[in-house]
Ligand binder design. Structure first.
Ligand SMILES: Nc1nc2c(ncn2[C@@H]2O[C@H](COP(=O)(O)OP(=O)(O)OP(=O)(O)O)[C@@H](O)[C@H]2O)c(=O)[nH]1
Length: 307
């Protein structure tokens, strides 16, 4: 089922807001704002698929509003269509140069408005689909490494500002080569999918990011999260994965699929480097494997600062 798309209309004249919402009603969700500042607030809050923005408004005009929307990471990707007067070529040009996707002219022509808006909503949908494809691992539907890297930098900066602990854990399936050799790659894929589902169901805070780092390795990035909570969740993941009871025999010994994990909790400061966070967790993972696998090892600031 496709979601109804949302269009935000920003115009100081009530009559224009009414005409446009009458034209669009039924096809899309319409949200109205009667000033630039109100429009910016609603754009941040509702993340519309498209914004229609009047050029001439008192206080903050359309160009200023667009410049603020462009500077904010939460709104800069939302396409904007300027509303201009029919004979206003200079404003059209300035709007397009600022990055507007298109313009519609007053007095309004219902058919042209519908056609233009439908076109831009289609483009917006395609762009979102491409964005999803670029950020999601196709086998497990988890975020991919690219998405994880992007979030890591954002969360590092934000933890640096708020001086809050950032936890990172790397989880790796034990002896997965043996499992593949015994059951075949297709069964191995199914295990990866199940493990991914288990891991993402255990990390329940909406701010946490779980991603497939590559191969049989997963990462979880936990903003504002202390070591105790992070270790508890990772422990639950490990138990739930063992309980899946994927077993096989190798050299007359029975094996069950398990994971080893390495984690770090760190309050970023200017002396630390974001890359060292992963290195510290990965080092813990390495030690967990050395220790005999199926266990969790964790570190904190000390290791990170000595890397
Ligand atoms: N089925 C399947 N296997 C994968 C995928 N990606 C990586 N692998 C396999 O994961 C295995 C990883 O092997 P190793 O790096 O030797 O690690 P391991 O056998 O898990 O050993 P330890 O990490 O030391 O516990 C290899 O056999 C890869 O082929 C995948 O997408 N699907």
């Amino acid at each position: 089922m496709t979601e109804t798309q949302r269009v935000l209309v920003i115009d100081d004249e009530k009559i224009n807001l009414k005409i446009i919402s009458d034209i669009l009603r039924g096809d899309v969700d319409v949200t109205l704002a009667k000033s630039g500042s109100q429009g910016i607030r609603k754009a941040i809050e509702l993340k519309p698929d498209l914004i229609l923005l009047d050029v001439l408004m008192p206080d903050m005009d359309g160009f200023e509003t667009m410049a603020i929307l462009n500077r904010d990471v939460r709104t800069c990707a939302i396409p904007v269509i300027f509303i201009t007067a029919l004979d206003d070529a200079r404003h059209e040009e300035k709007g397009l140069l600022l990055g507007a996707s298109d313009y519609i002219q007053k007095p309004f022509n219902a058919e042209i408005i519908r056609a233009r808006i439908n076109l831009h909503l289609q483009l917006s949908q395609q762009r979102k689909m491409l964005e999803r494809l670029a950020n999601i691992d196709p086998l497990t539907s988890l975020a991919n490494r690219r998405k994880y890297q992007e979030r890591l930098f954002q969360e590092w900066d934000s933890a640096l500002t708020s001086k809050s602990p950032l936890s990172l854990v790397v989880m790796d399936i034990d002896d997965f080569k043996q499992f593949n050799d015994h059951h075949g790659h297709a069964e191995g894929d199914k295990v990866l999918q199940q493990v991914a589902r288990v891991i993402s169901s255990q990390f329940q805070r909406s701010i946490d990011l779980v991603a497939r780092y590559g191969g049989e390795e997963f990462v979880a990035l936990l903003p504002n999260c202390n070591k105790e909570y992070a270790m508890e969740v990772v422990g639950s993941c490990a138990k739930a994965i063992e309980n899946l009871q994927h077993t096989y025999h190798h050299n007359d010994k029975k094996y069950t699929v398990t994971i080893s994990s390495g984690g770090v909790t760190y309050v970023p400061d200017s002396s630390g480097k974001v890359e060292d966070l992963f290195s510290a967790a990965d080092k813990m993972l390495y030690l967990a494997k050395q220790k005999g696998k199926n266990c969790v090892l964790w570190t904190n600031n000390d290791l990170l600062t000595s890397l």
